[in-house]
Design a protein. Structure first.
Length: 218
């Protein structure tokens, strides 16, 4: 009876969505969203280069992707507790990617080293969009921001709790749930080989059409 009544008044039985909106500062969010869209317009006119940065881990444990499987059968993947590979990536909206990897935990020192290397290759004023992870707010990291600024590399922090505003999150999802063939991977070494192949060929064999995906900030 209750279900029938709820259906009549427009309710539907469906899964709740995860959301970080309750943790957002609405004023800060709206202000930074305007600034982010302004930066994208400057990038589209060729005035600046713009890259979205983030870290992601890749290992043999915890990723159980969907896939087509024969009825009554299951494709099995082999989990393991080996140390995963951490990737720090800087990605543009035209599918340029600068990936850096390490084994173990990502920290401020590593991110600074990666950004220093990235900075050595920039050709014009470049803005890096990054989230508010603690390693991006350490004293060591913030001390570097002024130095980079003097050398045409600028850091722009996303509003807090706004991963949906960082298109590189789409890249991580595509790698983990579409491009990596976990059914063919039996070890971390094999995973690393596939991952390296994807990262090297991103922009050619592997691409993302951000406009087709209707990314909100574009």
């Amino acid at each position: 009876m209750l279900r029938s009544f709820l259906k009549k008044i427009g309710y539907r039985w469906k899964r709740f969505r995860k959301s970080l909106k309750k943790h957002q500062d609405e004023e800060d969010y709206q202000q930074k969203l305007i600034q982010l869209k302004d930066l994208i317009r400057l990038y589209q006119t060729g005035y600046i280069d713009l890259f979205f940065a983030d870290e992601s881990g890749f290992n043999m444990e915890g990723y159980i992707p969907y896939g087509w499987q024969p009825a009554g059968q299951y494709i099995e993947i082999t989990p393991s507790k080996t140390k995963g590979t951490q990737i720090f990536g800087l990605m543009s909206l035209d599918n340029q990617l600068h990936p850096y990897s390490l084994t173990g935990s990502m920290n401020s020192q590593a991110v600074i080293a990666f950004l220093d290397d990235f900075h050595s290759n920039i050709k014009k004023q470049t803005v890096v969009i990054i989230d508010n992870a603690p390693i991006h707010h350490s004293r060591l990291f913030k001390n570097k921001i002024e130095q980079w600024k003097k050398e045409d590399l600028f850091i722009f922090y996303l509003p807090k709790y706004s991963p949906h505003l960082n298109p590189i999150e789409i890249l991580w999802r595509m790698i983990k749930y579409k491009w990596l063939k976990f059914e063919d991977i039996a070890s971390q070494a094999q995973l690393n080989e596939q991952l390296e192949d994807i990262l090297i060929q991103f922009g050619e064999k592997y691409t993302i059409d951000f406009k087709e995906l209707k990314v909100s900030i574009i």
